[in-house]
Design a protein around this ligand. Structure first.
Ligand code: FES
Length: 105
């Protein structure tokens, strides 16, 4: 596991989702009620970028078929997706957001 700098914390605004990448992973970054979260940016149903989706409270809605995922846990709240999203630990270091990604993740 390794921590990767993925974005400036100030670039992810409250209630927003933003695309980033690190360690060959496409990542979606979120700020929800002051807390940062990171998940895979790719919907588990088909290929869609969740960073193009709609953040509704603490859930992200896929822009293609409207599956709903709970951002803090990655769990599916609304089908058609059935597989949970991968989530990653996030920390703030200085002005940067750091995401922890496993070597084989
Ligand atoms: S691609 Fe996301 S719900 Fe189908």
């Amino acid at each position: 596991m390794a921590w990767h700098a993925v974005a400036k914390a100030e670039d992810v605004g409250e209630g927003q989702v933003r695309a980033a990448s690190a360690a060959n992973k496409m990542i979606a970054l979120y700020k929800i009620e002051g807390t940062f979260y990171a998940t895979s940016d790719i919907c588990t149903h088909a290929f869609a970028l969740l960073s193009d989706g709609y953040l509704d409270g603490d859930c992200i809605e896929c822009p293609i078929h409207q599956a709903l995922f709970h951002v803090p846990t990655g769990e599916v709240r609304t089908e058609p997706a059935t597989e949970p999203l991968q989530t990653f630990p996030v920390k703030v270091e200085g002005e940067m957001l750091m995401v922890e990604i496993g070597e084989d993740a």
